[in-house]
Design a protein around this ligand. Structure first.
Ligand code: ADP
Ligand code: MG
Length: 262
């Protein structure tokens, strides 16, 4: 029997605005473009990955909130993001209610992992777009994940807070998820004209060695424009520097898994 188990990647950084959602969505689209079956899970109450995926949700469409509160099974919350080439478990502001409900549970960080079990056989890759906080939602993502990808903006305060994130990852490794790996750090919104970017970038290289992805995502207006058209930057403007970078990131991700080209 050829049993497939999706690799689960949490895209995490407790800072807001560093490019988590952009990276989760465009990496998912890039992997789909490379003919992988991909599920994107939005676990941020802001729902940016959901709106950016260009899906029209029916009023009664279940979201991740109902999955985490046990009202529906995860497969029933999946929608096809056709323009993107991947499937999506959407989220919206209701997720805050699920976050509160989770706090009452004994196994509050293992709920997502449990819920995902039944769909792991259907996909090659599952990508989770985390909220900008080290809260119970992020803990659910880290408990379920095989790897963590950390988007970093190379600016003065970028390294601040990284210690807290690395400590959290270590706590998860020491308790519920010993197999969790730091997949890597990816530089986002990179500006070559900014000297500080280069300095921070070198520091990251010294600290993290080959965990630092060699693909660098440049600051590129096409990347920022794409979500308002409900498209990935790869579909929106394939020749843009942003699209080239995110396709490159998908390729690097697969190479690092030692994947055979399809
Ligand atoms: P996060 O999910 O970490 O809060 P986002 O992915 O939402 O961050 O990105 C924050 C903002 O920066 C968004 O408006 C997004 O469109 C913009 N942005 C992200 N990456 C780029 C990029 N490479 N070039 C230009 N703008 C970007
Ligand atoms: Mg986000």
């Amino acid at each position: 029997m050829n049993e497939r188990r999706a690799r689960i990647l949490a895209v995490t950084n407790q800072k807001g605005g560093v490019g988590k959602t952009t990276t989760a969505l465009n990496l998912a689209a890039g992997l789909a473009e490379l003919r992988r079956r991909v599920l994107l899970i939005d676990i941020d109450p802001q729902g940016n990955a959901t709106t950016g995926s260009g899906v029209d949700l029916a009023d009664d469409q279940p979201t991740l909130c109902e999955v985490l509160t046990g009202e529906v099974e995860l497969p029933d919350a999946i929608v096809a993001a056709e323009a993107m080439g991947f499937d999506l478990v959407p989220a919206n502001g209701d997720l805050t209610a699920a976050e509160v409900a989770l706090m009452d549970l004994e196994d509050r960080s293992g709920v997502l992992k449990q819920a995902m079990e039944t769909v792991r056989g259907r996909y090659h890759h599952i990508i989770i777009d985390c909220p900008p906080a080290l809260n119970v939602l992020t803990l659910n993502a880290l408990t379920a994940a095989d790897g963590v990808l950390i988007p970093m903006q190379c600016e003065y305060y970028a390294l601040e807070g990284l210690t807290a994130l690395l400590n959290t990852i270590e706590q998860i490794q020491d308790s519920v998820n010993p197999a969790l790996e730091i997949e890597g750090l990816v530089r986002t919104m990179f500006d070559v004209r900014n000297n500080l970017s280069g300095a921070v970038s070198r520091q990251l290289g010294e600290h993290f060695g080959d965990k630092l992805y060699s693909t660098v995502v440049p600051r590129n207006v096409r990347v920022a424009e794409a979500p308002s058209y409900g498209q990935s930057v790869i579909h929106y403007d394939r020749d843009s520097r942003g699209a080239v970078a995110y396709l490159g990131l998908a390729g690097e991700y697969l190479r690092r898994q030692g994947a055979e080209p399809k």
